[in-house]
Design a protein around this ligand. Structure first.
Ligand code: ZN
Length: 185
């Protein structure tokens, strides 16, 4: 990402919204915004393989692995405003399990892009499935969207829930129900 170019664009944006980019408080804002966006969109410049970095372990247990309440911060692609909340992940391993911290890093990799919540949820599920060859994967995400909350659209307190289920979580209702009960306990 060209930080200088982005900062110049932010400076122009400040002028267009009626601000004075040369006033004291705003003088370094374009650079700060550029650096913030570099971080908030860093998922475009990362590879899952580098994140997982061989942290896939052999396991012969095939019980359900659950990781609840992973914090999510992303930007909606329609307004470039934040949406944020919690992500819950479950999967039933066949032979491979992922280190727990890697699940959170996969969430961040896809969240640090312009997103819609549905796609973000599906991409996380697919990535876990592809890397572990699990029997099944379930991802549920509960987020609040600032583009709805700040702009006076209805439902200011609403939480949007999306889910993506693959393999046995998709095909087998008892498995899916067990997952839903475990994440909402
Ligand atoms: Zn939006």
């Amino acid at each position: 990402m060209n930080l200088e170019r982005v900062a110049a664009l932010v400076r122009e944006l400040l002028v267009e919204i009626g601000e004075d980019p040369d006033r004291e408080g705003l003088r370094r804002t374009p650079e700060r915004v550029a650096r913030a966006y570099e971080f908030l969109t860093s998922g475009y410049r990362q590879k899952v393989a580098d994140i997982i970095n061989n942290a896939v372990f052999e396991s012969h247990a095939n019980n359900m692995i659950i990781c609840r309440d992973i914090e999510v911060y992303s930007l909606c692609e329609h307004h470039m405003l934040p949406f944020f909340g919690k992500c819950h992940i479950g999967y039933i391993a066949r032979k491979k399990v992922l280190g727990l911290s890697k699940l959170a890093r996969i969430v961040d990799l896809y969240a640090r892009r312009l997103q819609i919540q549905e796609r973000l949820t599906a991409q996380i599920a697919r990535e876990i499935m592809d890397n572990t060859k699990a029997e099944g994967v379930g991802v549920v995400m509960e987020c609040r969207h600032l583009c709805m909350m700040m702009r006076g659209v209805e439902k200011q307190n609403s939480v949007m829930t999306t889910s993506s289920v693959l393999g046995s979580f998709h095909d087998d209702a008892p498995t899916r129900n067990e997952f839903m009960q475990l994440i909402h306990r």
